[in-house]
Structure formats: C-alpha cells, structure tokens
Design a protein around this ligand. Sequence first.
Ligand SMILES: Cc1ncc(C[n+]2csc(CCOP(=O)(O)OP(=O)(O)O)c2C)c(N)n1
Length: 573
Amino acid sequence: MKIMNQVNSPQDLKGLSREELKELAAEIREAIIRRVDNIGGHLGSNLGAVEAEIALHYVFDSPKDKIVFDVSHQCYPHKALTGRREFLEEGTYRKYIGFTDHRESPHDSFSVGHTSTSVSLASGLAKARDLKGTSENVIAFLGDGSLSGGEAFEGLDYVAEMGTNFIVVFNDNEMSIAEPHGGIYKNINELRRTNGTCELNLFRAIGFDYRYVEEGNNIDALIEAFAAVKDIDHPVVVHIHTEKGLGSDWAVKDKEPGHYGMPKSFKPSGNKGSNEYTREFLEAKAAADPTVCVINAATPSAFGMNKAWRDRMGRQFVDVGIAEEHAVAMISGMAKGGAKPVFVVNGTFLQRTYDQLMQDLALNENPAVILVFGAGIGTGDPTHNGTQIGSLLANIPGIMAFAPSNIDDYLALLDWAIEQTETPVVIHVPGAFPKNGPAVNPAEAIRYQVTKSGSQVALIGFGNAYRLAEATAETLRGNGIESTVIDPVIYSAVDTATIDGLLSDHKVIVTIEDNQKDGGFGEKIASYLGAKDVRVLNYGAAKENVCNEPRDIVMKRYRMTPEQIAEDVLGVL
Ligand SMILES: Cc1ncc(C[n+]2csc(CCOP(=O)(O)OP(=O)(O)O)c2C)c(N)n1
C-alpha cells in the first residue's frame, strides 16, 4: 500500500522512517503532477515545497502548532498530509479547494489566496497565544516572491518587536510567478551565494534570528533545521532554498509557465482574445510614444505578457513586484509627472489598493489608466472572484469607471483614456466580442448607447452582461415585446438624459450587471428613478462569497437567465 494512503493526519508521519518520508515525497509529487495534468493547478510552487511541508508536519504538531501558508497556492502537500488526500486522487480532486480554507480543516487557520499576508495573519495567532499564555509554535510559510508585498514587510517589522516564538519559513525558489523584482532580491541572492553567511542580512537587519538551508528539497536537512527552531523563544527566519517545479522537467525548465499548469486536455481556442488585443495595442502605443508605460504587479503571464513581450517593451514595461498599492500610487505620480501610465491588473488583486485609489490617485485627479481584468461575477475560488470590484470602483469620487461590452469600444476608450489629461480612468476589459452597434464616442464618455430602440421595457446590460440584455430582448420579442436595449459603457455615472428619455414610453427599466448587485450600477439607476413613475428591476450577484459552483447554477440563483428575467418583466408589466 502506498505510504500516502496510510497518512490520515500529521501524527501518522511521526512513526515513519526517513526513507519512508522520502518515498512519501515521491508519491505526493507524482500525485500533484497527475492532478494538474487532469484538472490544472499550481504546479511548480507545490512540487518545490513537498519536502518542506512533510518536514514541517513531521517536526511540528498541527493543528496545535499553527502553520500559515502565504497565498496558500502551495498547500497541496499540506492538504494530502492533513486528512485530505482525496484532493490528490482522481475522482475527488474537487472535493477541496486549491487554497487553504478555514472551513475545511482545523489545520487551515485561514482562507487565503492573495499574497504577502502570512506573517501578519500568523502574528495575530502568536499575539493571541501570548495573551492567553499558551505555548504553541506559530509558523508563517512565505515565498520569496511574496516578500515583495508591503504587507509582508509590515508583518515582519511588527513580529521582530514581539520577541516571542515566531518562525518564518522563507521558501526561496528564486521565482515569483515570473522572476522576482525589487532591490531586496540582491540581498536574497547574496544570502544564497554565501550559504546564508554574508554580513548584510535583510532578516537580521529587521530583527530576526536567521538560519539557512541550502538543500531545501532534502528532508533530512529540513527536519534538522525545523527541529532546531521548534519552541524557540524569539522570531527566526529559516531560509530554505528550493527548486520550483522539481519532478516535472518542463516546469523546472520553464518556471514561469510552470507556475500554473493547464490540464492536458486544454486546447487554446485559437481565436484572438482580450489579452492579445491589449498587448498589441499597448505595444504599438508605446512604440509611438516614449512616455507610455505599462505597469504590472507580478502577474505578467496572466495577460500573456511573456518574457519576449516584456523585453520588447524595454523600460516602457515595469513589474513592481507583488506591490499593487505601490503601483497605484506610482501611476498617480507618473501621470502627474507627464508620463502616460497604464496599470494592468486583475480585479481581485486591485482590491487591496482601495486607499491608494481614493487618496493617492482620485483625490489628486491624475490621469492614469487602470485596465481591470477578471472583473465580473466569479464562481470559482472565493479568493479570486472579481464580483465586487465594480461596486468598489464605481463609488470613488473622481474616478471614471467603464465596462465596455466589446473589444472595439474597449480599444477606442483605452486610446482616449491614455491621451486625456483630466481624470483617472478605470476600464474593465471585456471578452473579445466584436462590436455590433454604433461606435462609442469617448469624447461623450457619460452617454449610454442605445443599441436598439423599443418601447415598454428597457434592458440596460453592464459590461459582459450586455449580451444577456440582448438575449433577454430576444426572449421578450417572442412574447410580442420590442424592448429597448442599452449598453451603458460607463458605470460610475448615471446618464440622466438617456434615462429620462425612456420615461415617456417605457414601463419597466431593467439593469443587468456583471457585478455584485449591492453597491453596483443598477442601484444607481434605481435610486435616480425612485420618484419617477416607472418600475425598476435590478439583476446582479448577491452579496455572498461563492466557492467553486457551476456558473449556470449560480446565475440561475441570481435569476440571471434570459428566461427568468423575461418572466419577471412580464410579471410586473
Ligand atoms: C495580492 C496578490 N497579487 C498577485 C497574486 C498572484 N500571485 C499568486 S502566487 C504569486 C507569486 C508568489 O511567489 P512566491 O511567494 O515566491 O511563491 P512561489 O509560487 O514561487 O512558490 C503571485 C504574484 C496574488 N495571489 N495576490
């Protein structure tokens, strides 16, 4: 029987020999590769951390001792060792999510998926321990890439002053998703080069004790290092040098794409997508104007901005590390200084910059541009859904926020946004749908587009939900109603002229948005129409955290199918 199948909790590791632990590592590694081949997932990060997670669970006593994973995308071995090996078994892969989840297991203290949070979260556990007078170990498992996030530094800074048990396992695989960026990596490289002995030591400078393990994929070396710091009475960093992707030839060789492996069955559609349109546009724009500059926070490959593209962009592309807050403040400064910055970011990661958006950018009225990918109703991992970002962005005074429904309007708006000098602009990047109505006129930014004129019912579809508005119009046509269909394009403002124009011959105004309903676009329209003689129906996501549900079920729950919306409309007419 496989050793993996005999491990039902970390306690079962304690009786295994070193040879058995190594065999277990090989089994887990194989299972990770199989899982990723079957359904996709974080490949390189997990393969590199197998031995470290086995050694941690061998030495420490989870869940009494607390292990807090940063991002927690590297938690696959941890799941397999803490009673959830179905996560790595065909047929039950989807029983658990790909990140730690506080609802799933007492071994997962937190639900996380964003970077650089482990030290702060764990410091709270350590402080609670100290207040209660208990004696468990608290361990933060932090990757070298995630060290570039400001929250990691804030946490380290605080912990150094705590002066009690705190162990940072610094998992240095020399990679973020792409190569890591920032001045700190010069010292990290030097620490590696000198086997941890160089005098200049970032961690010691902050106030941590420090140990270095060159062979971070050697279980014996890791067990020795972790055992030496177990029950330590002050903060320590155990710097382990690991190989990202170990066990998969291609993930070792191509570390950046190896970060996240697609399932073997995955076939790219071959159609040109929004990423490609965006890249081509920005590259041409940068070639024509040396002040155009693309900023990204450590996720370039998410947008297909691969090494070759980045090299072609030269100094007109900046990867700031996992530092979204810094990026927003920086683009404000760049715009103020006369450059034309475009920050390309996933909506879920933009969330942490709310204060920089409000204060550093919007209050200062600097004409920087933010392209938000992945905004809209998400039904996947709750840490990565972009469902609320529209509500967050729509309500900051001074930011113009757009959600074009098609690629032509998107590129026209992007061009206008880069060239204008008045205001910060946010644009949700749409799917690569072609244009099927009149061209947007960016000069009239607060003007909804009436794409089809009708009467009785007006359907306003925001962003990617515009297509749902069109489909609902089709369904209503089957019931003898010719609806008006509107693509608002802008979602941070109400085009009162267009809305007022509907009142004479429309009884129902329907808003459909690819966003949470609460705080969203539809509520603005409903609020404006409160005193008017018209019915308003708002559709959007509920205020909830969805966790890996089939999209069609979620959309039905929100009554966001053409049939359901048409049924509701007919009900109130
Ligand atoms: C706030 C935030 N920004 C960006 C990301 C996307 N992201 C996921 S993992 C990762 C790199 C983490 O690098 P590292 O900590 O070195 O872990 P590794 O995968 O190399 O083990 C990034 C940028 C994220 N999860 N959260």
